[in-house]
Ligand binder design. Structure first.
Ligand code: SF4
Length: 173
């Protein structure tokens, strides 16, 4: 694309690329991606369709070192981004063995985990995998499902409306 001052534009691009490459938060973002937001803004985070505050135990359930040590398989970047914060993951054991993805963001964790009353990585990651395979947006699915679950909790939706499914908080048994 033509610009008014090619030289200045390239200088600016170099400046910002270097700032991102060497910035103090970059290594943290590479290691954990946007998942770092989960613990950083825990006191403003609410669960079960945002009805209740998050407890310390629920924060610990999504310990980021547990994610990187057990599920993370690498990282990727959006086109030409020097940060490369996208977290690749795979579940290697248990009932969801083989589920995997190329991206996991804070919004996925929050809306497929605590907002649905789910406090464990494998179940939350499994839902992310299901959404991705179905071509559904993980965050929007989580919000919509949380709203439906709250309606079920309050008796606004009954099993006749859900086709017999029990929309209790947490992973279906
Ligand atoms: S552009 Fe993509 S890889 Fe780069 S910081 Fe943003 S989400 Fe991460």
């Amino acid at each position: 694309m033509p610009v008014a001052d090619q030289k200045k534009t390239e200088e600016l691009a170099r400046y910002y690329r270097n700032a991102w490459l060497k910035g103090p938060g970059t290594s943290l973002k590479r290691q954990y991606g946007t998942l770092t937001n989960y613990s950083q803004i825990a006191e403003h985070t609410r669960i079960k369709n945002e009805q209740e505050p998050l407890t310390a135990e629920q924060v610990d359930a999504y310990d980021l070192d547990l994610f990187t040590g057990t599920f993370k398989t690498g990282q990727t970047a959006c086109y030409r981004c020097p940060v490369a914060c996208s977290q690749k993951w795979e579940i290697k054991d248990g009932p969801y063995r083989g589920d995997k993805g190329d991206k996991l963001e804070y919004g996925h964790l929050l809306n497929l985990g605590p907002n649905l009353g789910i406090f464990e990585f494998p179940a939350m990651l499994h839902l992310a995998d299901v959404c991705n395979r179905l071509g559904m947006d993980c965050i929007q699915f989580g919000y919509n499902m949380a709203a439906a679950m709250e309606c079920f909790q309050r008796g606004i939706l009954g099993s006749e409306a859900t086709g017999g499914s029990d929309l209790k908080w947490g992973m279906p048994g």
